[in-house]
Write a protein that binds this ligand. Structure first.
Ligand SMILES: Cc1cc2nc3c(=O)[nH]c(=O)nc-3n(C[C@H](O)[C@H](O)[C@H](O)COP(=O)(O)O)c2cc1C
Length: 197
């Protein structure tokens, strides 16, 4: 069984990120039932509650000292793939997501990552472009299929709930199929590559 963790990349009160993440997870769970080989799990960075990166020894030395680093390393290591749910803050991803990424290196390596982004007109695409560059450095393999929600506030009902279009749902399905495929495909090579870190 493969595990894909859906990481909610914003942490502020009344953020929108959890709505996108829950929507993605709902579609992912349906696809996982049909696939039979993958489980999806939500990870909320607000709950993980990491301080600003505070390890004295850089992660490439693999000697974490702090309990919160070890706990976060365990959460990330358990997964075989990831979906980053990212807002766009000033044409990039959130500080919270970048901070959480920076804590680790080896736990991310040789696993696929897909992106669901949201924002104003550009739908978070600039955040994702930055994340793709960061992924390369961590040997995280970024997938082409992505979900991009522009001006989500125009798609909220009277209760403030996001109402996706069928096309947006199709984009999630394609991304979920891609992450399930590559999670499985990368598993054996990852074990081989682990010795070459
Ligand atoms: C600090 C900050 C910077 C932002 N910069 C951008 C931006 O550059 N591009 C954009 O499309 N939206 C931008 N926005 C709008 C966010 O996309 C929108 O507020 C979104 O709800 C943020 O995600 P969150 O609710 O999960 O925190 C910004 C919002 C904040 C709080």
């Amino acid at each position: 069984m493969n595990t894909v963790k859906i990481i909610i990349g914003s942490t502020r009160p009344q953020r929108f990120g959890p709505q996108i993440a829950s929507w993605v997870k709902g579609i992912a769970d349906e696809a996982a039932t049909a696939n039979g080989n993958t489980r999806f799990e939500l990870v909320d960075l607000a709950e993980v509650n990491l301080p600003l990166f505070d390890e004295a020894i850089p992660p490439m030395m693999n000697q974490p000292a702090n309990e919160h680093t070890k706990k976060w390393a365990g959460i990330v290591a358990e997964a075989d793939g990831y979906i980053f749910v990212t807002p766009e803050y000033n044409h990039s991803t959130s500080a919270a997501l970048k901070n959480a990424i920076d804590y680790l290196i080896y736990e991310w390596a040789h696993k696929p990552v897909a992106f669901a982004s949201y924002g104003s007109q550009a739908g978070g695409t600039r955040a994702v472009e930055h994340l793709r560059a960061i992924a390369g450095e961590l040997k995280l393999y970024d997938l082409r299929d992505q979900v991009m929600i522009s001006n989500y506030w125009a798609q909220l009902d009277e209760k403030g709930q996001f109402v996706p279009t069928p096309e947006q749902g199709d984009a999630v399905k394609a991304m979920v199929e891609a992450i399930m495929f590559w999670t499985e495909a990368m598993k054996a090579p990852r074990q081989k590559l682990a010795s070459q870190q």
